[in-house]
Design a protein around this ligand. Structure first.
Ligand code: FCB
Length: 450
């Protein structure tokens, strides 16, 4: 395919993403400590079908095969996360060399295969020992995180050039501390703003550790979605604006503009704390890139019962929804990327997650035809491309996910993978979308034109 037809530049990075608890299995192997998710999955009713990450995709034992699979698919980059409690079983203190060795082997295999590692330090699995000390509500958690990050930076520094501090702090807080549907399962408007703030302090301290001892680039990953209003009524518009401040600006405004959105005081009411000047200064520690996870939009109507923002989503007649009940809304990706550029300036961007859970048919003779997922990837990649034409500095794209995996409170019922995983046999079957994505990569998007 000649360059004339390519839609993406030669240095555009093409990858897929996963996270530790969702794929690894063997959560306590080789001296690892339990994580908050390990315990949360054991609470009756917490996870659909009583599923856990005990086995997941057995990636902890099959990582070498999985790296070979990535290579066959032509991936150039792989975004994965490290399980903190494998490195520090108690969250701090004594290092567990066997846990570290797993990630050293993984990173070595990736580098040998010519696949660039993008390492996420925190994708929601906190060592349970730290939860016992208050988890992210405890101010010290930020320093514990930076210490753990620092050790990894020193141990893997030469081998990993792209680092991510946090994955989606909004989900970690909204799911874990506001609604209690994620670990640690708390529902407390008093705790949530402190957990959010300490996550961001942890991010900033980890960036400082990286500046002292790391090599390459470090960034933050947030999930963003455009918030539409369900009508022209003032109360619906205000509800959409609050939802926007809560999800899209709560974490980016402080790190990139230096203050929290004013709307948070209204949303959290008397629970909204007064944060220290010195803290606010710390949060502005400059970092190198921003990762955006994009899946959908929401259309909002005012609903005072729906805490904490007083907005409820409204289903759109005629729209297509994924198995997660998320509207397929590709233009929202372009809109989101352009909004980030407008509001926060020209920070280099990556789409660090994008994908869809679909009702896949079972594989037959080693094939699985998932046309709706292909369509999702095609339309979203074209939207990303359109944003680049408008001047957005987008450097790469990571499909979520490499493998069908443990989808948090939904267990294994929702399949996001490019690759089907048979839960009983662990057999991997690349779906038609995986072959399509391989072609996208090989042609740098030219195949999207047809
Ligand atoms: C994101 C998470 C990721 C996965 C996808 C579907 O919020 O970062 O782990 O669950 O959603």
């Amino acid at each position: 395919m000649t360059d004339r037809f390519s839609l993406f530049p030669p240095d555009f990075v093409w990858g897929a993403a996963t996270s530790a608890y969702q794929i690894e299995g063997s959560p306590l192997a080789d001296g690892a400590g339990p994580s908050n998710w390990h315990l949360f999955c054991r609470q009756p009713g917490a996870i659909d079908n009583g599923d856990t990450g005990d086995v997941a995709c057995d990636h902890y034992r099959r990582y070498a095969d999985d790296v070979r699979l990535m290579k066959r698919l032509g991936l150039q980059a792989y975004r994965f996360s490290v399980s903190w409690s494998r490195i520090f079983p108690e969250g701090r203190g004594k290092l567990n060399p066997k846990g570290l060795a797993f990630y050293q082997r993984l990173v070595e295999a990736l580098n040998e295969a010519g696949i660039e590692p993008y390492l996420t330090l925190y994708h929601w699995d906190l060592p349970a020992a730290l939860d016992d000390l208050g988890g992210w509500v405890n101010r010290d958690c930020a320093a514990w995180f930076a210490d753990y990050a620092h050790v990894l930076m020193r141990e893997l520094g030469g081998e990993v050039k792209h680092w991510i501090t946090l994955n989606e702090p909004w989900v970690a807080v909204d799911g874990g501390y506001v609604h209690g549907v994620h670990a640690p399962g708390h529902a407390s408007l008093a705790e949530a703003p402190h957990a959010a703030h300490n996550l961001l302090r942890g991010h900033a301290l980890a960036v400082q550790a990286f500046r002292a001892d790391g090599e390459g680039q470090i960034g933050l990953v947030v999930n963003l979605e455009p918030k539409y209003t369900a009508s022209d009524k003032a109360e619906d518009k205000a509800a959409a604006a609050r939802a926007h401040a809560y999800m899209n600006r709560q974490f980016l405004d402080p790190v990139l503009l230096g203050s929290y959105p004013e709307e948070l005081a209204e949303i959290y009411g008397s629970h909204w704390p007064r944060f220290d000047e010195a803290d606010m200064k710390l949060l502005r520690e400059p970092f190198d890139f921003l990762g955006i996870n994009y899946y959908t939009r929401s259309v909002n109507r005012a609903d005072p019962q729906a805490l904490p923002v007083g907005a409820s989503p409204v289903r759109q007649p005629g729209a297509t929804y994924t198995e997660m009940d998320w509207e397929v809304f590709p233009s929202g990706l372009q809109e989101t990327l352009e909004w980030v550029k407008r509001r926060y300036g020209d920070i280099p961007l990556y789409v660090t997650e994008n994908g869809a859970a679909m009702a896949d048919p079972p594989p037959e003779d080693g094939r699985l035809q998932d046309d709706d997922r292909i369509d999702y990837f095609r339309t979203h990649l074209l939207a990303a491309r359109a944003a680049m034409e408008e001047g957005v500095d987008l450097r790469g794209y990571f499909a979520w996910s490499l493998l069908d995996n443990f989808e948090w409170s939904c267990g294994y019922a929702k399949r996001f993978g490019l690759v089907h995983v048979d839960r009983a046999t662990q057999v991997r079957t690349p779906k038609a979308s995986a072959h399509f994505y391989s072609e996208v990569i090989a042609t740098r998007g030219a195949v999207l034109r047809s």
